[in-house]
Ligand binder design. Structure first.
Ligand code: SF4
Length: 358
């Protein structure tokens, strides 16, 4: 069973002091907002939209479609379409085929991270026992930036060339028409997304994980015991799965981020490396039917080049770029087309060239 946090996260507050701190908090937040407005123009997208804490896998992948479009989506927001809703519903149905989902109340940031690691451990256990898992949390540092993502599916499969078992990283995409696309049309967005999942998975499997830096990055106390609800959940699950002689020892332990991180690291050693063949599975949004899968190869060099370039945007070292003229068809399906500065600039450039030519 995976666990999500309850809507109303019960972070501890001391009621008797609430009124006294309210006015101070209001004053403080007004100052912070003021400072933010003053400095907003000079801030990098990483600071402005992600608080300089973390990026998501999709933050890198989305830049491959159109950087300008992703920048607009962060600044102006994005319309939630019926296709997106249908896609989310299908993903949830697929996840529920693998495991149940329940809710748990948490109280601290350490709990929130503990829950992520608990779900990761649960997923790894499912992978080793059943050979497949869905919605597996994954993380690591990419060029000093903490990156977090959730892999749609990891599954065990036999390699047709050497008959050995391997772990395939797979992502599910939904389609509005019941037709699987051609292999040549797998977008760079999809490729970079799945390749980055693999890179993060393999790093963890190889023990490349700087846990102290994670605690520092998020200002977490790795030795602070989890709150009662989460401690009971973790102990209940893991004590049950220990060998008898260790059960008593584990039931006496107060789980912390450090203890659960050690379990994650130990469990990951089992996998060593995922397959270099990556998979995209397509589902029809109409009835969720399986349209089949396409495979492509991992390309470390290409991925690193994209990550490096994306990082310069996130760090605010350059402006976002729109699509090149050969990909202008993307603008026809873009919700920001009417006000896009990049497109306007390109149209003017073309007009200027024409007028010089005539
Ligand atoms: Fe990108 Fe074109 Fe949209 Fe502008 S209109 S954001 S260039 S896709």
């Amino acid at each position: 069973k995976y666990f999500r946090t309850r809507e109303n996260r019960n972070f501890s507050t001391v009621k008797s002091t609430e009124n006294r701190i309210f006015w101070f908090a209001l004053l403080e937040s007004t100052m912070i907002v003021g400072m933010a407005v003053v400095s907003i123009m000079g801030e990098s997208p990483f600071a402005r939209f992600r608080g300089s804490k973390k990026l998501y896998v999709t933050d890198f992948a989305s830049l491959a479609w159109c950087e300008q479009q992703y920048d607009y989506s962060l600044t102006l927001g994005r319309k939630v379409t019926t296709e997106m809703k249908a896609g989310s519903a299908i993903h949830l149905d697929l996840e529920l085929e693998e495991h149940d989902i329940d809710e748990v109340s948490i109280e601290t940031e350490e709990d929130a991270w503990g829950l992520k690691l608990y779900n990761l451990l649960f997923g790894l256990e499912a992978l080793t026992t059943t050979g497949k898992t869905r919605e597996l949390p994954i993380f690591g540092f990419i060029f000093d930036i903490f990156v977090f993502g959730i892999i749609d599916q990891v599954k065990k499969s036999s390699n047709s060339e050497n008959d050995e078992w391997e772990w395939i990283i797979c992502d599910t995409k939904t389609r509005s028409r019941p037709i699987r696309p051609e292999k040549s049309t797998i977008s760079l967005y999809v490729k970079y997304q799945i390749m980055l999942y693999k890179k993060l998975f393999d790093n963890l499997a190889n023990g490349i994980i700087d846990e102290e830096r994670i605690y520092q990055n998020f200002n977490l106390n790795a030795d602070k015991p989890f709150s009662k609800n989460l401690s009971e959940l973790i102990n209940g699950h893991f004590v049950e799965n220990r060998r008898k002689k260790n059960r008593e020892k584990y039931s006496r332990q107060q789980p912390t981020l450090r203890t659960i991180m050690t379990m994650v690291k130990n469990h990951f050693k089992f996998f060593r490396k995922s397959s270099d063949t990556l998979e995209v599975n397509y589902r029809y949004q109409g009835d969720s039917s399986d349209l089949g899968s396409l495979n492509f190869d991992y390309d470390e060099e290409k991925l690193d080049k994209h990550l490096r370039r994306s990082t310069t945007y996130w760090r605010g070292l350059r402006d976002p770029e729109g699509v090149p003229i050969e990909e202008a068809w993307k603008c026809q399906v873009c919700e920001y087309v009417d006000d896009c500065v990049w497109r306007l600039k390109k149209v003017r450039e073309i007009e200027q060239k024409r007028s010089i030519g005539t």
